[in-house]
Design a binder for this molecule. Structure first.
Ligand SMILES: C[S@@+](CC[C@H](N)C(=O)[O-])C[C@H]1O[C@@H](n2cnc3c(N)ncnc32)[C@H](O)[C@@H]1O
Length: 931
């Protein structure tokens, strides 16, 4: 709220600055260059123009901080590396840069006026009415635009638009030197343009755009005569989808749909082209509930630039006496008052709120979300999880016995859900308009609802004519479980007289005479919600893998990223959202999502959700900022149904400088405190904080479980050792087992082990410390070369101590091969491979790579989270995970939104002090027990 007010104020303030720009009329989204170079190409509103300026500043801040934090392994570990926190000041600056570009209209129009000296003089009769005085003062050529009717009474005008009347006698300053608002002599509520169209205050209208561009769309929120005699209106802009962050994915949005913004600026009156009817309609995810009236455009959402936010419109528009700042802000109190009806605080602590984790991996994201939501008092439970990787599924099952874990592809899961819905309809468990034909045909002998038991004949013939009887249906899947290249719906059958070993997957199409058994299975499954039906899922979370955008993939399809099969999971994910219509969505992905192909996939994701009428908000979060010694930047996208409160992003709790190349346009989406905030953040965490209490293990350690060797030494270690109940903020139920899981490394082969033993145990050590390697004397690039004075050293196997690949990695400029981490470092990103050849992954003082548990700690997995599968697979699960503390903070935000207690349109919020240890469960006493 405050933000909107202040940003719109600054908008007003800076508008007239852009006085002398050429040609185009009000340009919501063009910077100078764009106007001149590609006048006909619409641009994303205000975002690019904004950024160029802002970035210069944020970079320099970052740079300074980064210098301080420079670490030996920083150069190429993370592709993403750079700018720090986004600041609200920058956001505003960004908006203003954009506004300045819009405000070209003022300049341009004025210029045009000057260029047309022979335009007709005001008409006589106009001069006799009261607005005529204003007209009299205008240039001749402006004669066909004038205010009509009485001006707004002076006192009222001063109350409604106080800034316009602040300093008597001030005039618009010329060109770029002015930061002043255009001062008004008087305000009006009606104007006539082109001698014929009568505009009223708050009318919607097309506004002149540069040559070749579609007209802009604005609401007239002020009409005034300036102290210099100029006639102006203030437009508050609507954005077409292509002018928003959605850009070239605008075809996902109906082209009559526009998004109201809080961006305003002043324009000469005769930039108005024509009146429009823009219908304001309620947002609804069910298209059946929406009728679009006959209109030029319709609008059901606000587009707020911070965090690329789209939210439903405030409940009611009221033009009271507080227009001075923004019509949006005064329409209703976005932070609460008018919205209270929609967002009553509810107690969800008892009722289970269901979560579906897609591409769940071993379940870190959903685990964190549930922990965070429960800390807020929302009883969020992962009811279903889907992943292609069987070991990841095993891990999830082990740690979440309450979850229905499905080891299948998301695309098969979607097809399964569609069939499941049809089966539920067929057996009359769900209402439907028509009996699904495919099952009506299959169960042809049946009477249509599967209830005719006489027709049940649960037998199947095999090829030899032997008859088997179906005893029970045990499971259902879509796909090709028998690898027969036949993809369809299968049921898992227990045969009468046979045991579990003889269970088989049978195509449902061959079980047409087993209607009774199938009905029983479907009915039970429906009751226990073995599979979710549309409306059953409260929250969907997950990160669809988009390997087609990875920087490591040389064959990336930049032109059409969605044509690349490796990116199709994004479509599948959105199709699942479309099918299930959850109340909330949280999508996670790598920053490449908004980097690759000008952020096409990020725009697509936003566009799909908005196309489905979800409210959305996008933020980039660095794991380290939530209490981990790891940077790890990821993109998160919230979606919320119109009936819900769109969750906010939790602000960092720890003082970590964000690194990573974020595209300029999305830099403002980085979740960070405003510059100059006076909060005391926690110190950033270091490797030592996370792992110093773990027992020493050898390279060949093969125990999956072992005892701790001592008590926790840091707050982090106390917290990470807590049991499940305590993590949920509940009192400890029973003494913890005190078993340490997965503290074993991927064993180095003999050659690598020999090499690692030679790497000194000191900060910054790596292959460069081995004999025969030296830094090129004539290179300022820190490049390595062989030292001609040192004979090459060989291992017992005959292989060289320093392998060639280490010397040539990143052209000899990398110090990562065989690099040790050090105790005082923050690691860039925990990855899925535990190879020391091209990444810093060696323990500071032990001759091995970090163990699975050490990596898990860097990702914030609680120690009680045990992983399954071969060692390499466990590393993959950990490296793939969403850092648990980030997910936990997001879960807390979700809890707050769910309970209706978060600020409706504030994009970010502060977590409570000491989060997540808000109830003090992590006391010294607890830690002593745990030891
Ligand atoms: C980045 S990981 C997800 C990590 C998870 N969100 C967590 O926090 O632990 C992506 C997962 O997608 C799974 N996956 C890849 N393609 C899939 C598909 N077509 N259907 C389902 N899962 C898939 C992979 O097995 C992997 O576990």
């Amino acid at each position: 709220m405050a933000k909107r007010n202040s940003s719109s104020k600054s908008v007003t303030k800076r508008t007239p600055k852009v006085e002398a720009l050429p040609q185009a009329a009000a340009a919501p989204d063009l910077n100078e260059e764009e106007v001149s170079s590609s006048p006909s190409k619409p641009r994303a509103v205000g975002e690019e123009s904004a950024v160029a300026k802002r970035v210069l500043r944020s970079r320099s801040v970052t740079k300074k901080k980064q210098e301080v934090e420079a670490q030996p392994q920083e150069e190429e570990e993370e592709e993403e590396s750079s700018s720090p926190r986004k600041r609200r000041a920058e956001e505003e600056e960004s908006e203003m840069a954009k506004l300045k570009s819009r405000s070209k209209s003022v300049t341009e129009k004025k210029r045009r006026v000057e260029e047309q000296p022979q335009a007709a003089a005001p008409k006589e009769e106009e001069e006799s009415s009261s607005p005529r005085r204003a007209v009299e003062k205008k240039d001749d050529d402006e004669e066909d635009s004038r205010f009509v009717g009485e001006p707004v009474p002076d006192l009222e005008a001063r109350q409604r638009w106080p800034k316009r009347y602040e300093e008597k006698g001030k005039v618009i300053k010329s060109k770029d030197e002015s930061d002043e608002i255009i001062l008004a002599r008087r305000h009006y509520t009606q104007a006539e343009v082109d001698g014929q169209i009568l505009y009223n205050l708050y009318d919607d209208a097309h506004v002149k755009a540069p040559e070749g561009m579609p007209s802009y769309i604005g609401k007239i929120v002020e009409m005034f005569e300036a102290v210099d005699g100029g006639f102006y209106f203030t437009a508050q802009w609507y954005y077409r989808a292509e002018d928003t962050v959605i850009q070239n994915c605008h075809n996902l949005i109906d082209n009559k749909r526009v998004f109201y913004s809080e961006i305003q600026n002043d324009n000469p009156l005769d930039c108005l082209i024509e009146k429009l009817t823009i219908a304001r309609i309620p947002l609804d995810v069910d298209p059946a509930n929406r009728t679009i009236p006959n209109c030029d455009y319709y609008c059901d959402m606000l587009y707020l630039l911070p965090y690329s936010t789209f939210v439903k419109l405030p409940t009611e528009e009221r033009h009271s006496s507080c227009e001075a700042s923004s019509t949006i802000s005064c329409e209703c109190d976005m932070n609460g008052t008018e919205q209270e009806e929609d967002f009553k605080v509810q107690d969800h602590s008892k009722t289970e709120v269901s979560l579906l984790d897609l591409y769940s991996g071993c379940g870190a994201m959903s685990t964190g979300l549930c922990l965070g939501a429960n800390l807020f008092g929302l009883h969020l439970v992962t009811r279903w999880a889907v992943d292609l990787n069987r070991y990841a599924c095993e891990s999830l099952r082990l740690n979440h016995p309450e979850t229905e874990v499905r080891n299948e592809s998301a695309e098969d899961f979607l097809l399964l859900l569609e069939e499941w819905e049809k089966l539920c309809c067929y057996f009359s468990l769900l209402k439907s308009d028509a009996v699904p034909q495919v099952y009506a045909d299959l169960f042809v002998a049946d009477d249509g609802d599967g209830s005719d038991e006489d027709n049940n004949n649960d037998e199947a013939d095999d090829e030899d004519g032997e008859v088997f009887e179906v005893e029970k249906i045990l499971g259902i899947c879509y796909g090709d479980p028998n690898e027969t290249k036949q993809r369809e719906l299968y049921l898992k059958v227990r045969w009468k007289g046979y045991g579990a070993d003889e269970d088989t997957w049978e195509p449902i199409m061959g079980l047409g005479n087993c209607v009774k058994t199938i009905k029983e299975f479907v009915t039970n499954g429906y009751r226990s919600k073995v599979l979710p039906l549309p409306g059953d899922v409260d929250v969907i979370c997950g990160g669809p893998p988009c390997q087609g955008i990875s920087g490591f993939n040389r064959f990336r399809n930049k032109e059409n990223p969605l044509d690349d099969d490796k990116n199709k999971q994004l479509i599948v994910y959105m199709n699942l959202v479309q099918h299930l219509k959850p109340r909330y969505v949280l999508m996670e992905n790598v920053v490449d999502l908004v980097k690759f192909a000008n952020g096409f996939l990020g725009r697509y994701a936003l566009g799909r959700l908005i196309g489905m009428n979800y409210q959305v908000r996008m933020g980039m979060m660095a794991a380290g900022a939530y209490g981990l010694p790891q940077f790890r930047m990821r993109v998160f996208l919230w979606g919320a149904q119109p009936t819900e409160n769109l969750p906010q992003f939790p602000l960092p709790t720890h003082d970590v400088v964000v690194r990573g190349v974020i595209p300029l346009e999305f830099e403002k989406n980085t979740v960070a405190h405003d510059e100059g905030h006076n909060l005391k953040l926690e110190e950033k965490l270091l490797l030592k904080d996370a792992i110093s209490d773990l027992p020493a293990v050898e390279n060949n350690e093969c125990r999956d479980e072992m005892p701790y060797s001592g008590p926790p030494q840091t707050e982090f270690q106390k917290l990470i050792r807590l049991g499940r109940d305590e993590l949920l903020g509940l009192p400890k139920q029973e003494p913890l087992e005190c078993v340490l899981y997965d503290h074993r490394p991927l064993a180095l082969n003999n050659d690598d082990y020999e090499r690692v033993c030679e790497i000194p145990q000191k900060k910054g050590a790596n292959f460069r410390d081995l004999p025969g390697v030296r830094i090129c004397s004539d290179s300022n690039k820190n490049k390595v070369e062989w030292d001609p004075d040192v004979e090459r050293v060989y291992l017992k196997s005959g292989k060289p101590l320093v392998p060639d690949y280490a010397m040539s990695f990143v052209n000899g400029t990398s110090s990562k091969p065989f690099a040790r981490l050090w105790w005082d470092e923050t690691v860039p990103t925990v990855v899925t491979r535990a190879e020391p050849h091209n990444q810093a992954i060696l323990h500071p003082v032990q001759n091995r790579v970090l163990t699975i548990r050490e990596n898990a700690r860097l990702q914030g997995f609680p120690d009680c989270y045990k992983l399954c599968g071969p060692v390499k697979e466990r590393y993959i699960q950990v490296g793939n995970a969403v850092a648990v503390p980030v997910a936990r903070a997001l879960g807390y935000a979700l809890g707050s939104a769910f309970q209706g207690s978060s600020g409706v349109n504030e994009p970010v919020f502060r977590l409570p002090p000491k989060f997540p240890n808000i109830s003090g469960v992590c006391s010294s006493a607890a830690s002593e027990d745990d030891a």
